[in-house]
Design a protein around this ligand. Structure first.
Ligand code: ATP
Ligand code: MN
Ligand code: MN
Length: 301
């Protein structure tokens, strides 16, 4: 289970250089990084990103005029992305079928960047078997004004609670305001069981400490609390992928972080696309060894 059938090798492996046009175009006006710098970031970081990004249906946040102008969330091919951006047909709820996008190499990532992509969001399953999710994400969304300490505390409480259920989890700084708690899972169960577990887990946390957590999306019910966004775990939902850049002020990136390191973080966006070297160095530290990998199945809850 979990394997992905490789496409027929009709073309040579596609890890070649992608021509990036308008390298000097400023994509992040407040911090100054250009399209060329964004492409260089992804070129450097692709080996770290691909284990988590490759073969998953992705949604792209494209901002062809830079992040301060109009951006759009793209799930399907509108043409022109390139031959290393592959298609996977996925059944829609209405019975029809739509082609979703996935990449499997650096070239695919860069072809998306060439077309104005800043962010990469991925499904919780792989294109080889989209009906079998292989990771669960609890996306912690703090109410406005809540300090980052509460987010960190929430993340480690969720880690502890998951550990009681026998599940190893990992922390990722979203590059925005929150932390994602990531639970890698062996494939086998379907979306209903996946979503059901995530919902019940989040609801149990909220029930136990209603003054800290909520499991409902409603902003009104979030006052002073953290929304444990379990809705990332339903079929068709996406979450930002590890090492994706964010179309936000300062060109931040989503970064894996060790549980021990989380304590020292002051916010969810300490790294930017200008930090590729530091990120590569960090990835070899003990704190990040094995990040995102655990051979475990979804328990019954
Ligand atoms: P933050 O830490 O600031 O919350 P985030 O990436 O977790 O950053 P959310 O707003 O919580 O941002 O969104 C969670 C996920 O929902 C996103 O990562 C993305 O995959 C998905 N999402 C966000 N906007 C859209 C959209 N317009 N269409 C579809 N999915 C979206
Ligand atoms: Mn979030
Ligand atoms: Mn969310």
């Amino acid at each position: 289970a979990g394997e992905v059938k490789p496409e027929k090798a009709s073309k040579p492996p596609a890890d070649s250089i992608v021509e990036i046009s308008s390298r000097e175009r400023v994509v992040f006006p407040d911090s100054g990084q250009t399209k060329g710098e964004l492409a260089d970031y992804y070129t450097a970081i692709a080996p770290l990103m691909l284990p988590f990004a490759a073969e998953r249906p992705v949604s792209l946040v494209r901002c062809p005029q830079g992040r301060a102008k109009k951006c759009f969330f793209q799930k399907h091919d509108s043409g022109g992305l390139g031959d290393a951006v592959h298609h996977v047909p996925i059944k829609e709820k209405d019975g029809g079928t739509e082609d979703y996008l996935f990449v499997r190499d650096t070239t695919g990532i860069l072809q998306c960047v060439q077309m104005g992509t800043i962010e990469f969001h991925g499904w919780a399953s792989r294109s080889g078997d989209v009906e079998k999710p292989d990771r669960m994400i609890f996306d912690l969304d703090p109410d406005e004004g809540l300090d980052f300490d509460s987010v960190k505390q929430a993340a480690s409480d969720i880690r502890d609670r998951l550990a009681e259920l026998g599940l190893t989890s990992f922390a990722m700084l979203s590059g925005g305001k929150g932390v994602h708690v990531v639970v890698p899972l062996r494939t086998g169960h379907g979306w209903d069981a996946h979503k059901d577990f995530a919902r019940r887990f989040a609801e149990a946390m909220a029930m136990a400490e209603p003054e800290r957590f909520t499991a409902t999306m409603s902003k009104a019910k979030r006052k002073g609390k953290i929304f444990i966004d379990w809705l990332r775990n339903q079929r068709g939902s996406t979450a930002v992928l590890p090492y994706s850049a964010r179309a936000r002020s300062g060109a931040p990136v989503a970064v894996p972080i060790g549980w021990g390191e989380l304590k020292d973080m002051e916010d969810a966006h300490p790294f930017s696309i200008s930090d590729a070297d530091r990120l590569l160095k960090r990835s070899r530290t003990k704190a990040l060894t094995g990040w995102g990998f655990a051979d475990q199945r979804l328990p019954d809850l």
